[in-house]
Design a protein around this ligand. Sequence first.
Ligand code: ZN
Length: 414
Amino acid sequence: MKFDWTKKAVAGHKRAMALVSVLMSALLMTQPAQAGSVSRIEANGSKITVSFDDLVEGASTFSLIGPDRIAIDIRGGTAGQGGYASGIVKSVRQGQYNPNTARIVFDLDRPAVITDGSFSQDGKSLSLSLQAVGQDQISHGKKSFLPPLAFRAEPPKNSYSVKVALGKPRDSVSLPKIYGPDDPSRPLVVIDAGHGGHDPGAISPHGSAREKNVTLAIARAIRDRLVAGGRVRVALTRDSDEFLVLEERYGIARRLDADLFMSIHADAAGNEEASGATVYTLSEVASDREAAKLAARENRANIINGINLGGATQDVSSILIDLTQRETMNISADFAKLLHRESSRQMSFRKIPHRYASFVVLKAPDTPSVLFETGYLTNKEDVAFLNSRAGRTKVATGVASAIESHFARKLAMR
Ligand code: ZN
C-alpha cells in the first residue's frame, strides 16, 4: 500500500515525527459501503471543515502530543490534496491510511482537542470544533461522528468494534523519573527495555525466558551502573511490564531532550548456534538481508490485530531521513563502534558487530540512537549469560563504560 503524501506533507512530516499517543479502539468495516474523496479542508480559528465529493461512512478524531496534532480518520474516504491552515493549525496533511480510510493530520502550534463535531445535513461535510488545552488535559478518548442516517447507503450493520487491550490508558505526558546527579547540565541517557506487556518479544526454548523480562532486567542493571558512576543522568522508557509503541519510546527521549537513546533487545534465530551481540543503527538501506528482516520483526511490535498503532511511520521512512537525521546517524554510528570496543571485553559479539537497518525505534531525528541486540535467546549460552546477575553486570559495565567515554569525548571536543 502506498502512502501518498502531498508536498506539504513532506515538509510537515519532517517537523512532526513522534506519534506519542495510542489509539485505544478502532472500528473495522468489513465492506466499504461509501467512497467519497476529501475535496476541501479548511481550518479557520477554532473551526475545521472537511468537505467530500461524495458520501463517506463516518469519521473519528484523536489528539496527539509532542508534537501536538489532531488526526481525523475518514472511514469510506479517499484522501485528496493539501488543505488550508490558519490560527492554531500550522499545517494540514492528508494521506490514505488504509484502503478504506483517509487520514488527515493537523499540525498544531499548541495542544488542542476536538470538543464537538457533526456532519452536514447532506452528509458531505464534517464540521469540528477545536479547543486549545493544557498538555495535562489531553485525554486519549477517540471521538466518532456519523453522517445523518438518511444519507448512509446502508446502516453500518457489518461494522464491528474491536477493543485493543493495552492496559489502562496512560497519561502520555507523564515522563519517567530521571536518576543520577540533580544537575541538568549532565548528559541524559534514555535506556529502552524492548517489548513489554502483551508483546513478549522473543521467547527462549531454553527455560522459556522472555525477551521483555530479559531486556528490563538489563536496562535496570545499566541504569544502576550509570547512577553508581555518577557522571550522567539516566531514565528508563519503562520500569515495569508495560507496552509502549515504538514512537512513544523515542518520543520519551525527545521530550526529555536526551543526549543518547539506547534500545535493549535479545534476538531469536532458527539456528540455535547463532550467538553473540550486535549493535544496530539507523539507515535507509539495511546492511544485509538479515538486518532488514530483524528490523521488520522488531517494527511489528506496533501492530496489534492488524492495526498499526504507530501510524504511518513505516510508509514514509525515506522521507523522514533528512539532513539533521544524517548528522544524528553519524554520531549514532560512532557510538556503536565505541559500544562494541568497550563491551567486547565483557561479552561476545557477532562477526560483524555493527549493522544498519530501518528500525522505527531509532527514528528520532535529533537524538543519537542505537539498538543493542545483546545476544540470542535461542542460544543456550547466551540465554544463561543474559539471564544471570553476573551476565547482566558485565553487559551493564560495557555499556556504561561506552556511554561515559562517549560523553567524555564530546566534552573534550568542545
Ligand atoms: Zn526485540
